[in-house]
Design a protein around this ligand. Structure first.
Ligand code: GLA
Length: 502
């Protein structure tokens, strides 16, 4: 056979082979794909890499962006694919194979993926060794658990400067500021790119953070911001890796009063044993600015954070994964942080994540339980609801002054559960020598709950007691008080006392 004929035949076979391999033998999506899309996300999230393996109509594999990597699975029907990543019920990526490229939508926005080339790989970041461990001095803040509002639970990524200004106005007009909710915290997705000097700038959703901070301050509020020790936050927006000191200075210059420092993509750089040192680096950087800035650690309870959170200058630290607006998630978060109770106290608090009260996924009774348990646990009260549509019911929960006073008690003790079963009971010692007892009905029907004075380990002499949701005095008879508690509702009783032995 002449070379020419051979070449033609190979070429012809290859033409046949490509479509065969692409579609008919059920392997068309197998491979490493580089996905691009204009304004898919912000910044570096404009691209991502799929590694897929197709067997027949089934696809398995991974999806990786600078934020992290996740397993995916899906199906192919003809040329059409549906790939599920984070939600097993709704596909994250949908599209079809066209001429050897994946054309689809990712979270509703268009992308094209082609076979990955070496230049598509994510850059390897220089490893910056974290500092040696030391004790960062206390910044004197958060003597009681911080209270405020954060954009994430309601807005997610769709938050902009106008939303924050409107939130500031609403915190004032709703009475929330005067009830103590003073920190107005912008969560992730405000960040844009860095300028030629490496200064982090807001993206186009936010024009001027300093002007925004001035506005928030003019309302008698404080402003919080968000970044990460990794290169991007959990939603893919640029963060502070390698720029920690510079960003701390920027935040101070803007007038920021609170920083949420979210682990996110730092997990791709540092091993868990370095988490403490990585957080210490920012604790030191904040202190060095000379501005009082509450330091909120968000690393989901990794590496026993409660045991060292205060040593890195932390005023609060998340103890759990993200809360969701449902009963199971809320109860799981609060129960998981019970063992960390000894580490909470004035200046440094366990954080079972922000409030979902008013977001619609739970009943009013469940939201009252949410508020009661967070107050008993001396947890930060950072609301996360739509402040433009505050129902009377939501207001009656978030603005319950008697419950807020439990959370803000200066003794700063975190309640611990003293009885399990369908009627879970938590007791929190109070500064006056009294205590607050919370009973939550985990069952599916109304149950009578009995609270005994003996359970409360009072340190003072009891004077009177109040039901903090009914807003009325209650009487203990022979050292006991009994009330009916509806399903998933709380009973919250405060016994006041005098003459506490502190
Ligand atoms: C993580 C945090 C959340 C929120 C998001 C933002 O999931 O735990 O509280 O800040 O990141 O991307």
């Amino acid at each position: 056979m002449s070379r020419g004929k051979y070449a033609v035949r190979v070429c012809f076979l290859a033409m046949l082979w490509i479509p065969l391999n692409s579609y008919a033998d059920g392997q068309g999506l197998t491979g490493r794909w580089s996905a691009y899309g204009k304004e898919l996300w912000s910044g570096d999230r404009e691209r991502a890499i799929f590694v897929l393996n197709q067997k027949g109509t089934a696809i398995t594999g991974t999806f990786e962006s600078l934020t992290g990597k996740t397993n995916v699975k899906g199906t192919v029907t003809g040329d059409h694919f549906e790939i599920f990543a984070w939600d097993p019920k709704s596909p994250s990526f949908v599209g079809q194979l066209v001429n050897g490229q994946m054309h689809g939508t990712m979270f509703g926005r268009s992308f094209v993926a082609r076979p990955a080339q070496p230049q598509d790989e994510f850059p390897k970041l220089r490893y910056i060794k974290p500092p040696r461990l030391r004790h960062v001095p206390y910044n004197g803040l958060a003597k009681t658990p911080p209270m405020g509002w954060n954009s994430w639970n309601y807005f997610g990524e769709d938050v902009n400067e106008a939303d924050i200004r409107a939130a500031a106005d609403a915190l004032v007009s709703s009475g929330m500021r005067d009830a103590g909710y003073v920190y107005l915290n912008i969560d992730g997705t405000w960040q844009g790119h860095r300028d030629s000097q490496g200064n982090l700038l807001p993206n186009k959703k936010f024009t001027d953070i300093k002007a925004l901070a001035d506005y928030v301050h003019s309302k008698g509020l404080k402003i919080g911001i968000y970044s990460s020790p990794g290169p991007v936050d959990c939603a893919g927006y640029p963060t502070s890796y390698g720029h920690e000191k510079q960003d701390a200075k920027t935040f101070a210059k803007w007038g920021v009063d609170y920083l949420k420092w979210d682990w996110c993509s730092a997990e791709k750089i540092y091993p868990d044993k370095h988490i403490r040192a990585v957080y210490q680096k920012m604790g030191d950087a904040l202190l060095a600015t000379g501005r009082p800035i509450v330091f909120s650690l968000c690393e989901y309870g990794k590496a026993n954070v409660a045991t060292w959170g205060a040593d890195v200058g932390g005023n609060l630290w998340r103890t759990t994964d993200d809360i969701r607006d449902n009963w199971e998630s809320m109860m799981a978060n609060i129960e998981k942080q019970a063992p960390s109770a000894p580490f909470a106290g004035p200046g440094h608090w366990n954080d079972p994540d922000m409030l979902e009260i008013g977001n619609g996924g739970m009943t009013s009774d469940e939201y009252r339980t949410h508020m009661s348990l967070w107050a008993l646990a001396a947890a930060p009260l950072i609301a996360g609801n739509n402040l433009q549509k505050l129902s009377e019911d939501t207001k009656s929960i978030l603005l319950n002054k008697e419950v807020i006073a439990v959370d803000q008690d200066p003794l700063g003790k975190q309640a611990t559960p003293i009885r399990n079963g369908n009627l879970e009971m938590w007791v929190k010692p109070m500064a006056d020598g009294g205590a607050v007892v919370g009973v939550v009905n985990l069952g599916s029907s109304t149950l009578p709950a009995t609270v005994r004075i003996g359970d409360l380990r009072l340190r003072g002499n009891p004077t009177h007691a109040r039901d903090l949701w009914a807003h009325q005095e209650v009487e203990f008879t022979d050292g006991a008080y009994t009330a009916d508690v509806s399903t998933h509702a709380p009973l919250l009783v405060r016994v006041f006392a005098k003459g506490a032995d502190q």
